[in-house]
Design a binder for this molecule. Structure first.
Ligand SMILES: [Zn+2]
Length: 80
């Protein structure tokens, strides 16, 4: 599912996230996030997994990461 960010949310410069492999790293907000869509993507610097990233609300101090394939399959299923 695609979730939205509050329009008055103050995005931070970067957010910590932990890859499913356990490696913690940082990501900057995506272009979509700047337009209030809570979605971004990136690649783990350790294991190279392609990840879907979302800002954790309401705390706004971290992102959660999951394999991009798992997220896109769930998204596709939600439109069936
Ligand atoms: Zn990883």
């Amino acid at each position: 599912m695609i979730t939205y960010l509050p329009v008055d949310l103050q995005l931070k410069d970067d957010y910590p996230f932990t890859c499913p492999c356990g490696h913690q790293q940082y990501a900057r907000p995506s272009i979509a996030m700047r337009f209030d869509l809570n979605m971004g993507h990136g690649t783990c610097k350790k294991c190279n997994m392609f990840l879907h990233l979302e800002i954790v609300l309401p705390d706004n101090d971290a992102m959660k990461a999951e394999p991009h394939d798992a997220w896109s399959a769930r998204l596709e299923a939600s439109y069936r």
